[in-house]
Design a protein. Structure first.
Length: 353
């Protein structure tokens, strides 16, 4: 009898592990030098990457329930030989990942539908854009995807400053302010996943209205459509799958998985959002409407395994503190390259010197 999982996550080796050193060798010295480096360090386990906490926590749900609810598949453009270090690292970290694709250079997105993938995590921008493109193949329909963004050293003494954005209503907090939840700890082993709203759970319809007409136009649009559900966004099906898993966990293990919505919307534009969630029969455990405030203090209090957002500004603010995945979706991301993150980080490091 074929296996049937409630959720299938496909993740690249560079999203699961910290492959920054070997990746730099591949970029600067070529494939042969990369293969030699991997072979020379084959017994040296790779350190956990940004996607590691999510994968570990998801797989722990299988162990806790004794059910095969979730499958994690490693997908890599390595060939089988170069991938041996990755396989050894999986064994070292005791991750029960059994299924893998080593494509020898072929784009791994070719095989996502064959794996029946629900969520794809990668560190390569073009792969994520391919999956989330509204003009792309129907083969990717229903697959959520996020660009896993490298974290920043949390102990840096200098504040993480962003360039000014076009949103003059945005209020920011000093992210050096402690918002630790140690005094009110979360349940041990709990998996917490945070979604943005527009452009992530929902389509970018509201974002387009806001860009064209500002806050007043958005409020008028949402009031006029308060009884019309928002279109589905790229993470809609993934969120629904998480809800199915919560049901499978039962009362004894229900607290092991908790979902959050942290959105820039305020109370004045929430009616349509609540109507949409009701129509979808989707329950999000916690909802935070921050009304233009910086999301980062809320994210630090939540301390999630992953935070999904379609705004490069929100991602940059959050990534020193929580694992982040950039959802490259919608009109505002058509001309925004994720490489801007690397460029801004280079500038920031120059300022620190």
């Amino acid at each position: 009898m074929p296996l049937s999982f409630k959720l299938v996550v496909c993740i690249t080796s560079t999203a699961l592990f910290d492959c920054s050193t070997s990746h730099e060798i591949w970029l600067n010295k070529g494939l042969e030098a990369y293969q030699e480096y991997q072979q020379a360090n084959i017994e040296e386990p790779l350190e956990p990457g940004v996607g590691f906490p999510l994968v570990r926590s998801l797989l722990a749900l299988n162990e806790a329930t004794g059910k095969q609810l979730i499958d994690v598949v490693l997908v890599s453009r390595n060939d089988g030989e170069s991938g041996e270090r990755v396989r050894n690292s999986i064994t070292h970290h005791k991750l029960p990942i059994l299924r893998m694709s080593f494509t020898g250079g072929t784009d791994v997105t070719r095989y996502l539908s064959a794996w029946k993938c629900d969520l794809f995590l990668s560190t390569e921008e073009n792969q994520v854009r391919t999956v989330l493109s509204t003009t792309g193949s129907d083969a990717f329909k229903g697959i959520a995807a996020g660009l896993v963004v490298p974290s920043i050293n949390k102990t840096a003494s200098t504040k993480f400053n962003l360039p000014q954005t076009s949103d003059n209503n945005k209020t920011t907090f000093d992210n050096n302010v402690s918002v630790s939840s140690q005094s009110h700890p979360w349940p041990e082993g709990q998996l917490r996943i945070v979604f943005d709203g527009d452009g992530v759970l929902f389509s970018d319809e509201a974002e387009i209205v806001y860009q064209r007409g500002g806050l007043a136009a958005l409020r008028e649009n949402e009031q006029n459509k308060k009884d019309i559900s928002l279109p589905q966004g790229p993470m809609h099906m993934f969120a629904m799958k998480l809800q199915e898993i919560q049901k499978e966990l039962g009362n004894d293990n229900r607290a092991m998985l908790r979902t959050f919505l942290v959105t820039s919307r305020d109370h004045a534009v929430t009616k349509r959002l609540f109507h949409t969630l009701t129509e979808w029969k989707l329950k999000i455990d916690e909802k935070h409407f921050v009304g233009g405030l910086d999301k980062t203090p809320f994210l630090r209090a939540i301390d999630p395994a992953i935070f999904f957002d379609d705004s490069i500004e929100h991602i940059e603010r959050a990534r020193p503190y929580v694992p982040t995945a950039y959802v490259i979706y919608g009109s505002k991301n058509n001309s925004v390259a994720a490489s801007e993150i690397a460029a801004r980080e280079t500038l920031r490091m120059e300022e620190l010197d």
